[in-house]
Design a protein around this ligand. Structure first.
Ligand SMILES: Cc1cc2nc3c(=O)[nH]c(=O)nc-3n(C[C@H](O)[C@H](O)[C@H](O)COP(=O)(O)OP(=O)(O)OC[C@H]3O[C@@H](n4cnc5c(N)ncnc54)[C@H](O)[C@@H]3O)c2cc1C
Length: 427
């Protein structure tokens, strides 16, 4: 049956799984999304970058995101009492939308799931069990009892299993795949608060360098502020025995956080995340492919996670024929997808490294000093050019662009020697 719908089983109803499902179902594939329904009340990943707005427009959901999302004009990095680096998305005018959104994950994930269901995908709430490795045709397959949920497939296995199980990395673990891990062993605690002084301008995300680690402040609709701290696991223990004690003690011990959060009321439990930076050995194999965090993720300081989840979904969906099953070219397309994904994650990680080791702030302060010494039109033009490249990288459009990466490396070489960047580095 050359025109039968391709059978796709997606494990995980996070943004990576539901975006893949929406795109494939819209093109005529028979898509089933399995999710275990074990989403906690608070899920991390609330600050989005401008490239995602283009994905919302492609899916036709920007107006719905606007209803619960908070307009985000940019990000401010506060390094110490004197040094603040304000990144406005206006600098990406002509490249991308000049804004993004901050979103509560529950509503956001539900919207993406509804979009996939509207496109024709089906949802089944159960914890998926995979079996494998199998000989030749597929390395993994759905456990027999899973197929009973899909009578329309007549007991036949899917053409492709898409692992969108997030950090649980179902297939990678089953197959014992190797992974590159990053050097940091941090822990993040966060919660939502009311009664805080909110960032200016409205919606601006604030990343602050702390004595240990860093913190985020993400303003959400309804006057809520998501506050999180990220620090070395062992350093965190000095602040208390439980995540809630540690989060509250860090806020109290940091003058900048204490000042804005004096009247705070915590309105959610404290959520904790560990484990940063991971890229799996491969993103596909016979009968399966991985998307979003299930393949890899980078440090969250610049918020690339959901963008990479949705971008990888878009690229992966483009590799799969929606009708007639997989064709002879599919494995090669999936391998190319994996190489693209690993490369993109590495580019993000290199950009994040500039923030961690202080180079970006050394470049910024050197640029400020230069403009003060030689004010005028040419200094303004150079500053605009650098800002638009840097903002373009942090917005997702230029992260992998050779010219922008080379510009940043050249600036770092000239203005960010080890001595000048050390005072800005994040411990
Ligand atoms: C501290 C921290 C801060 C972050 N901040 C940001 C941020 O501000 N902005 C941003 O864009 N990103 C951020 N991220 C990253 C972001 O949260 C992730 O990249 C994103 O959630 C990945 O989406 P996903 O769809 O790949 O996986 P997930 O959202 O994790 O979805 C996976 C789904 O699979 C389901 N599942 C797993 N196993 C099974 C199974 N066996 N059977 C059925 N279902 C299963 C899970 O229940 C879940 O619903 C942050 C991450 C961390 C750790």
């Amino acid at each position: 049956m050359p025109d039968r719908p391709t059978r796709i089983a997606i494990i995980g109803a996070g943004p990576a799984g539901t975006t893949t499902a929406a795109l494939l179902a819209k093109r005529g594939a028979s898509v089933v999304i399995f999710d275990d329904g074990r989403r906690p009340e608070l899920v991390v990943g609330e600050s989005l970058i401008p490239l995602m707005v283009t994905a919302f427009r492609e899916l036709g959901i920007e107006d719905e995101v606007k209803k619960f999302g908070m307009h985000k004009p940019g990000v401010t990095f506060t390094i110490d009492d004197e040094t603040e680096f304000r990144l406005s998305f206006q600098a990406v005018a002509g490249i991308l939308p000049t804004y993004s959104y901050n979103v509560p994950r529950r509503e956001f994930d539900q919207l993406l799931l509804d979009t996939a269901l509207r496109a024709g995908a089906r949802q089944i709430t159960t914890q998926v069990r995979l079996e494998g490795p199998q000989a030749q045709r597929s390395e993994v397959r759905l456990a027999r009892e899973m197929l009973e949920h899909i009578p329309e497939w007549d007991g036949v296995e899917p053409d492709l299993i898409i692992d969108a199980s997030g950090r649980r990395r179902l297939t990678a673990k089953l197959l014992g795949l190797n992974a590159e891990n990053g050097p940091r062993t941090d822990v993040a605690h966060f919660a939502h608060y009311t009664g805080c002084i909110l960032p200016d301008p409205d919606g601006q995300v604030i990343i602050s360098r702390l004595r240990q680690g860093w913190s985020w402040r993400i303003p959400l609709s309804g006057g809520r502020l998501s506050m999180g701290v990220v620090m070395n696991k062992d350093a965190a223990k000095a602040f208390g025995a439980t995540p809630a004690e540690q989060l509250e003690a860090v806020i109290e011990s940091e003058p900048r956080l204490r000042a804005i959060a004096q009247g705070r009321q915590r309105v959610t439990p404290v959520a904790t995340y560990a484990n940063y930076q991971l890229i799996s050995e491969r993103a596909s194999g016979p009968g399966w492919a991985a998307v979003g965090d299930a393949f890899g993720f980078v440090d969250p300081m610049l918020s690339p996670g959901l963008c990479m989840a949705m971008e990888s979904a878009r690229v992966l969906a483009g590799c799969i024929p929606p009708r007639g099953g997989l064709d002879a070219g599919t494995p090669a397309r999936l391998r190319r997808y994996g190489r693209w994904f690993a490369r993109s994650l590495r580019h993000w990680q290199r950009l994040v490294d500039y923030f961690y080791d202080g180079r970006i702030f050394a470049i910024y302060t050197a640029g400020q000093a230069m403009s003060a010494r030689h004010p005028g039109k040419s200094a303004e033009v150079i500053e605009r050019h650098i800002s638009s490249n840097l903002a373009g990288m942090a917005s997702g459009a230029y992260t992998s662009r050779l010219y922008s990466r080379a510009l940043l490396a050249a600036l770092a070489l000239h203005s960010a020697r080890k001595k000048s960047r050390t005072p800005f580095a994040i411990r």
